[in-house]
Design a protein around this ligand. Structure first.
Ligand code: AHR
Length: 500
């Protein structure tokens, strides 16, 4: 099998922002309790946060973390999570207990340690617009008003200056606490955005788009919400999870997931731009793909086994090699839409459908990097700050039931004008070797090649065998030239760097 990727550095799409490598921490399962926070763990710092986890979060360039939910936020009483007196609550979204040991201030402290910006979501389920106003006051006002003074009294003199705010979560979903119609949510989002921006005019807000392309209200929800709230919102939230789309668990269908994401983004571009025209607006709505990942639900890991406890396993996927290849492909799609996607959060950060996984059986145990950790790390290392390029790809196609005709090679090429450096993320989504020719239209030399390869699609990294899948370095080919050919084994992820 052969492919040709023609690259022209003048065909620029957009800069890959660091916030495209954001993540998501929800009060759910073992993400917070027994994940990032485990005071009895040997690596815990004085605040109870695991240093071994913090190191991996930093290593992944996790620039931004969405917090505290997710479905959780639609019942979250933020005032219970601050100050000296904490109230244990029940979390009806996940049928769990929220002890409020880690609250808003503690999480800000954690994010400071990982060097991540926090994107805060507000409760538009059981919460009110008044509470949205107050949480912005608590986080962002210097000293005026009761809530800024409360923050100072709680030991946090400087405002947190939270810039990004999500106006609720998945409000179209019947599973959400206080689901809304598009009209109800549109009005609420508009008013919440207005009031929150009156408190702090520098903030940017994210309106909930459809939570799934499978929802019957997709994509009408998005159109209706934007028709109401367009002028006040800055971002539309996109959520997208992938698993085997057909009952036979066909690998070919699963490998085509990046095409599913591309189709979704395409529809959302069209929807936003339609409303832009309708409004005679000159503003573009940007995308916050603030939940994306592979998520398998067919294996029972989603079920609540023990209710009304906290820190117990929930929604944990132990990812295999095939999942890592699909995550690599999804990353090419995300980066190829970098003119519009300025925020993306792989969901979630630790234990809950996450690339970082702590030993569930040993409270003093290890943390491991799941297979999916590596494509994220490879892409983040090479692409942040680069500008992605629109390439012309002559690649073999496959035929799928789910998405129709799909490419069998997914690619994204980034370029750094100043350093004259290129990075190519290549994902062979087929079961055949692919001889991939990259044609740069100018003389370049290969400077590094890192690859994820395995013959075993089902192999996982486990607590006992954490290094089954790790990236491998290959020796670079010295020759400088316009064209470089890379032999990609079946189902593989390559990151190749070049210098002009
Ligand atoms: O990430 C897990 C859950 O998936 C989130 O709580 C929700 O927003 C989505 O449905």
């Amino acid at each position: 099998m052969k492919s040709i990727v023609s690259i022209d550095k003048l065909q620029q799409i957009g800069k890959v922002e660091k916030n495209v490598f954001g993540s998501f921490v929800e009060h759910l399962g073992r993400c917070v309790y027994n994940g990032i926070y485990q005071p009895e763990h040997p690596t815990a710092d004085k605040n109870g946060f695991r240093r071994d986890v913090i190191d991996l979060v930093k290593d992944l360039h996790t620039s931004l973390i969405r917090y505290p939910g997710g479905n959780f936020v639609s019942g979250f009483e933020w005032k219970d999570s601050i100050g000296p007196k904490r109230r244990e609550c029940i979390d009806i979204a996940w049928e769990a207990v929220e002890p409020n040991i880690v609250g808003l201030d503690e999480f800000m402290n954690f994010a400071g340690k990982t060097g991540s910006e926090v994107m805060m979501s507000v409760n538009l389920g059981t919460g009110s617009i008044g509470e949205c106003q107050e949480i912005v006051e608590y986080c962002n006002m210097e000293k005026a008003g009761y809530w800024a003074k409360q923050r100072i009294a709680n030991g946090h003199k400087d405002p947190y200056k939270v810039h990004y705010w999500c106006l609720g979560n998945e409000m179209d979903g019947p599973w959400q606490i206080c689901t809304k119609t598009a009209e109800e949510y549109g009005r609420l989002a508009l008013e919440a955005a207005k009031i929150m921006k009156w408190v702090d005019p520098t903030i940017e807000v994210v309106a909930c788009g459809s939570s799934s392309t499978a929802n019957p209200t997709y994509p009408e929800w998005d159109r209706k919400v934007l028709e109401i709230a367009y002028d006040r919102v800055d971002y539309l939230s996109l959520h997208s999870y992938y698993s085997y789309p057909t009952p036979d668990h066909s690998m070919a269908e699963f490998m085509a997931s990046p095409t599913g994401l591309e189709n979704y983004i395409h529809t959302m571009r069209a929807t936003c731009d339609y409303v832009k025209a309708l409004k005679r607006s000159n503003k573009d709505i940007l995308f916050a793909l603030d939940e994306w990942n592979v998520w398998h639900m067919w294996d029972g890991t989603n079920e609540t086994k023990v209710k009304w406890e906290y820190g117990l396993p929930r929604n944990e996927n132990l990812y295999d090699y095939a999942d890592a290849v699909v995550v690599g492909g999804l990353l090419t799609t995300i980066m190829n839409n970098s003119d519009r996607i300025k925020i993306a959060c792989f969901a979630q950060l630790v234990n809950v459908i996450a690339p970082i996984y702590t030993d569930p059986n040993d409270k003093k145990g290890k943390v491991i990097k799941q297979t999916t950790y590596y494509p994220i790390k490879m892409a983040a290392d090479a692409f942040i700050g680069k500008t992605t390029l629109r390439t012309v790809n002559m690649v073999p196609n496959g035929e799928t039931k789910t998405y129709g005709k799909v490419p069998l090679l997914y690619t994204s090429v980034g370029y750094d004008e100043e350093k004259k450096e290129y990075a190519a993320l290549l994902v062979n989504a087929s079961d055949k070797v692919n001889s991939v020719q990259l044609d740069f239209g100018e003389a370049v030399e290969e400077t590094s090649l890192v690859k994820l390869v395995s013959d075993n699609l089902k192999i996982k990294n486990t607590v006992d065998q954490p290094d089954n899948i790790v990236p491998q370095k290959e020796d670079v080919k010295a020759a400088k030239g316009h064209k470089h050919t890379i032999q990609m084994p079946k189902y593989s992820v390559y990151l190749v760097s070049f210098k002009a």
